[in-house]
Ligand binder design. Structure first.
Ligand code: FDA
Length: 393
């Protein structure tokens, strides 16, 4: 925070959205200051995608985001696309690959993405100040004045880019919501999303399966995801369950189809074809052994298939296709990859991310009530919302 220097924009948070916004605004000739309390920028980028950063998803579309206003993200997402980010990545010579389902990762390291963003910030002359705490924020005479651990900073535009409270041990906070409320913006109740779900004592049988992974279709309400589920010592995880967790609310059941490739009356067909086989043996052929045993025990069907009434087998088949579980909870913000909810979009312009009632105040990234699916969607929202604000500030 160079003494005496005036700024056009102060961005709070040097994460994915803050750095992207700083680069865009700086390259438009704006004098930009980014402040972060962490000792280094982009910490979540560094740990993302197992250290390789799943930096976008080529299938990004508004229907892959949760928000009280599902249309809000449309404008920003259409003006800064995965292709735009990919061009930036390629301009910086970063090698990448598509892993699965449109998910793009660095071949090397997530550090390359942080280095790229810092390089873009430097090109725009943006100053990035880390290890700086922010105190009181005043707003008068068209200027936002911030008291910080390195003195006062002031600018006519202030961008909230401090993310959500998921993974607090990394320095994540609900600071964005405090600032938003202070300026009269509403906050949609934040909740952990893309988070493992826990199972109660009654479902202890499943907890004994810790480490078992299998492809499933997980459902909650109208949402359904076909990916792997993983049993953990506390409950359920894996991509299918993380995806569904964003839609799940306390008290609701989720449904798991353990055999998504078995269609129609497959169990009745098995009875006709192999009447001497037991259910356990049939399940064992299609599922990991420990899971087959656990589901078999739960279904409580003993004896050869040929001796079991069609009605009973039809019930078992239906249960295997939509196994109802009521999670006792989730592993919370400590383990959540993102925070759903956040600064209400009702008070923001979808074109610029500016607060309608507070000219000069902007909110971008995870701090806003827009939450993407697992698989690069959240970074794409960070880039797109940051770009929208960066062009406007
Ligand atoms: P972000 O959290 O990146 O940045 C906020 C910044 O604000 C931080 O630098 C923080 O230190 C700072 N800050 C917070 N409070 C402050 C305060 N009071 N004062 C000053 N500074 C403050 N997404 C994806 O698309 N692909 C992926 O591969 C992954 N992988 C992944 C793994 C893990 C383990 C997690 C936890 C998350 C992911 N994500 C992800 C989600 C993704 O990391 C997340 O959505 C973006 O980082 C959000 O970007 P923001 O810039 O909004 O917040």
């Amino acid at each position: 925070m160079s003494g005496g220097k005036g700024y056009d924009v102060i961005i709070m948070g040097a994460g994915a959205a803050g750095l992207m916004c700083a680069a865009a605004a700086g390259q438009r000739g704006r004098r930009v200051l980014v402040i972060d309390h962490a000792p280094e920028p982009g910490k979540k980028i560094l740990i993302s995608g197992g250290g390789r950063c799943n930096f976008t998803n080529i299938d990004s579309a508004p229907d892959r985001y949760l928000s009280e206003n599902p249309h809000f993200a449309r404008s920003a997402l259409s003006r800064y696309t995965p292709q735009d980010f990919l061009e930036l990545v390629e301009r910086h010579g970063i090698a990448w690959h598509e892993k699965t389902l449109g998910q793009l990762f660095c071949d090397g390291s997530a550090r390359q993405i942080v280095a790229m963003l810092l390089d873009e910030c430097a090109r725009g002359g943006a100053e990035v100040a880390c290890g700086v705490t922010i105190g009181a924020i005043d707003h008068a005479d068209g200027l936002f004045r911030l008291a910080t651990s390195r003195g006062e900073a002031a600018a006519p535009a202030l961008v909230i880019a401090t993310g959500g409270p998921s993974i607090p041990k990394m320095g994540a906070t609900g600071f964005a919501y405090e600032v938003a409320r202070r300026f009269g913006l509403k906050v949609v109740q934040p909740r952990p999303a893309l988070v493992p779900l826990t199972l109660s004592a009654e479902e202890a049988l499943f907890r004994d399966l810790s480490g078992v992974s299998t492809p499933v279709v997980a459902r909650c309400g109208k949402a359904a995801f076909r990916e792997a589920a993983l049993f953990t010592h506390r409950g359920l995880s894996g991509p299918a369950v993380l995806q569904i967790s964003s839609y799940w609310r306390h008290g609701e059941a989720i449904g798991i189809d353990f055999l998504p490739d078995r269609k129609g009356d497959w169990l009745l067909a098995a009875k006709r074809e192999r009447p001497k086989a037991g259910l356990r043996a049939i399940l064992d052929e299609a599922l990991p052994h420990r899971l087959a045993v656990a589901l078999g025990e739960r279904l409580g069907i003993a004896g050869d298939l040929g001796t079991i009434a069609d009605r009973v087998l039809a019930q078992a088949q239906a249960r295997l296709a939509d196994w109802q579980l009521v999670p006792s909870g989730s592993e919370g913000f400590a383990k959540a990859e993102v925070t759903a909810g956040g600064i209400s979009t009702a008070g923001l312009s979808s074109r610029t991310m500016e607060a309608k009632a507070v000219p000069g105040l902007y909110a971008i990234g995870e701090a806003v009530d827009v939450t993407g699916w697992l698989g690069g969607y959240n970074f794409q929202w960070a880039w797109a919302s940051a770009s929208a604000a960066g062009q406007a500030v």
